[in-house]
Design a protein around this ligand. Structure first.
Ligand code: NAP
Length: 262
């Protein structure tokens, strides 16, 4: 954890999401004045409804908002609009910085949601506010949704993927630490991941067993995440492109421990 810092007014977009809900709680526990932003709270980062009012007096914006679609086209449209709106409204409000959760390894992919996240990083880096990026591994809490997209006729066609999944709360702590840092270089990137490398297919087996679902698991290089088995992105997932790099913050619980506690 970062050294204790002064109380700040911090806006969290995506405040009701997997990472955002933990983040709001952690920042409040650390004594910050938190402004939660999501459509269910009457603020929309895409249409801009309520955004100027919500950001009044805010020093830091942590942008965890994401749309529901994993498609590259829809996710890119969402992120380009949210980046433009947050940079405009944030700088008008006199904010100091935007903190962004992103995904480890995205610069090694050509398409899909990873490419949309890279476009989001680049759009935010166009400024004017400086940006601090925390690239995370796949969240434990996301595995169920990801696997849901792969199931056809009782079979989960699980991407061949090496991953080091992490609890959303650990990612939220890393985002809170980034918000509390002092001066920083614009565009600084750090990584956060779980304690242990896993195969997504093994996580699928453990999750379905824990839920009592009789879904068969087939591990396949050709998956919903890629355009075919010979797509370079399929090879990247299989070869570990989303695994953390040296220097990443690694913290438990492991997926197994998280599952047992959930
Ligand atoms: N999930 C993962 O495994 C993972 C891994 C690495 C990085 N990340 C990144 O971490 C971030 C958070 O992911 P997550 O899984 O926690 O997201 P999530 O659970 O899907 O939550 C998305 C949040 O965005 C809000 N939202 C959606 N549309 C909005 C809009 N137009 N205006 C304002 N708020 C809006 C939603 O609330 P409303 O619906 O109420 O608006 C919700 O609070 C994302 O940037 C994601 O790319 C995720």
């Amino acid at each position: 954890m970062a050294t204790p810092s002064l109380k700040q007014r911090i806006a969290v977009t995506g405040a009701t999401g997997r990472a955002g809900s933990h983040l709001v709680e952690i920042l409040e526990q650390r004594g910050h004045d938190v402004v939660p932003i999501s459509r269910s709270k009457g603020v929309d980062v895409i249409s801009g409804e309520g955004l100027d009012e919500a950001l009044a007096g805010v020093e830091i914006i942590i942008d965890t908002a994401t749309g529901p679609s994993p498609s590259q086209e829809e996710a890119t449209a969402f992120f380009l609009a949210s980046a433009r709106n947050l940079q405009r409204a944030g700088s008008a409000a006199g904010a100091k910085r935007i903190v962004l959760p992103s995904i480890i390894g995205i610069d090694r992919f050509r398409g899909g949601y990873n490419a949309a996240k890279l476009a989001q990083e680049q759009a935010l880096l166009e400024g004017p506010l400086p940006v601090r990026i925390v690239r995370a591994a796949q969240f434990h809490e996301f595995v169920d949704q990801l696997l849901g997209w792969t199931i056809r006729d009782g079979v989960a066609h699980v991407p061949e993927m090496r991953t080091q999944p992490v609890a959303a709360r650990v990612v939220a702590e890393a985002l809170a630490d980034a918000a509390e840092e002092g001066e920083m270089e614009d565009g600084r990137i750090t990584e956060v991941a779980g304690p242990k490398e896993e195969r997504l297919a093994a996580l699928a087996g453990a999750l379905f067993a824990a839920k009592g679902d009789s879904v068969e698991v087939h591990e396949e290089r050709d998956s919903i995440l890629v355009s075919g088995a010979d797509d370079p992105d399929a090879v990247a997932y299989a070869e570990g492109a989303v695994l953390p790099n040296p220097g990443a913050k690694l913290a438990g619980p492991s997926f197994e421990e998280w599952l047992a506690a959930t």
